[in-house]
Design a binder for this molecule. Structure first.
Ligand code: CP
Length: 320
């Protein structure tokens, strides 16, 4: 399969002609109604007032990159919905013999799998699968390269809304390796859609994208300049696997300028929320004590993942 970049440029959409979700590719074309539909369902799943079953469905997790949270929470979400899950082993697959992604998907579809949760190192891989689909399978993007991680952004926005009421009224900072972060890209789409009061992007110049969308961002190059008056601080992982060399002088120096400490947090309002999509590099993005600080919502993000991923799966299957 070729043309990942072309598929991205084509702005291929997650919605069908009736504006119903049939894939989850990215958030570039989401409006607030789309978000609130997912959030409403997630609330019902959390308070157990609604539990539909999709027991005739087979779902495959295809993870070409490692994962703890996304892989496991998609599996749990599917199991709650009565779906049978195949955790496809990329390592033991015929990828090593040259089979490409589209052929792998088509062969799994021929075995009866119709829903695919895909994590792939190539930006645009899920979009290309949808663009070239010969069969009516559904693709959920569980992270493609540096491009998008839409389910994570949905989880983060849901966690914020649960605790703050409305996202639109908030002053938000995203801090860390923004250049390589698919989570940051998806969050920027989400916060632009919610028209937040202010959005600050904070990173070393070497980890900040040069070209940014038209939303009026504030750019900062030290966390100390990006926390006053903020309601939410989202800290991102340094993506060591995508950094070749030289982006930061040292992890210690990075931590001293961009790391969150409880000392820093305790100077802020007790209502400030600190989020991190995980996995956390302790001593690089934040110190140990931050995880225990009342302002940390990092494990609440993880708890919300199952309900949000149930909502995504259920919405897609209802729109068949
Ligand atoms: N947030 C996130 O994508 O974590 P995993 O890589 O563990 O899935």
């Amino acid at each position: 399969m070729v043309g990942y970049r072309k598929a991205l440029k084509s702005q291929i959409t997650s919605f069908n002609q009736k504006n119903k979700l049939i894939h989850l590719l990215d958030l570039h074309d989401w409006n607030q109604d789309h978000f609130h539909t997912i959030f409403k369902l997630a609330k019902q799943f959390k308070n157990k007032s609604f539990l539909p079953k999709h027991d005739a469905i087979l779902m495959a997790n295809l993870f070409y990159e490692h994962s703890t949270r996304t892989l496991t929470s998609f599996e749990i979400a599917a199991l709650y919905l009565g779906i049978n899950v195949v955790n496809f082993s990329v390592l033991n697959s015929s990828k090593s013999k040259g089979e490409n992604l589209q052929d792998t998907i088509e062969n799994l579809y021929a075995m009866g799998i119709s829903l695919f949760v895909l994590r792939h190192p190539r930006s645009g891989a899920p979009h290309s699968l949808v663009q070239h689909a010969r069969f009516p399978y559904h693709i959920i993007n569980a992270g493609d390269g540096e491009h998008a991680h839409p389910s994570q952004a949905l989880i983060d926005c849901f966690t914020i809304e649960q605790n703050k009421g409305s996202i639109s009224n908030l002053h938000i900072t995203i801090c860390g390796d923004i250049l390589h972060s698919r989570v940051a890209r998806s969050l920027i789409h989400a916060f632009t859609c919610f028209n937040v009061k202010s959005l600050t992007l904070c990173a070393p110049p070497s980890l900040m994208p040069i070209k940014l969308p038209s939303f009026p961002f504030t750019i900062e190059h030290a966390l100390a300049n990006a926390i006053d008056g903020r309601d939410v601080i989202i800290n991102l992982r340094i993506q060591r696997e995508r950094i070749t060399h030289g982006a930061i002088p040292s992890t210690l120096e990075y931590f001293n300028t961009f790391g969150i400490t409880s000392e820093l947090l305790n100077k802020l309002s007790p209502t400030v929320m600190v989020l991190h999509p995980g996995p956390v590099n302790r001593g690089v993005e934040l110190d140990d004590s931050v995880l225990k600080n009342q302002r940390s919502f990092i494990l609440q993000q993880v708890s919300n993942a199952t309900a949000i991923r149930m909502s995504i799966i259920h919405s897609i299957l209802c729109n068949e």
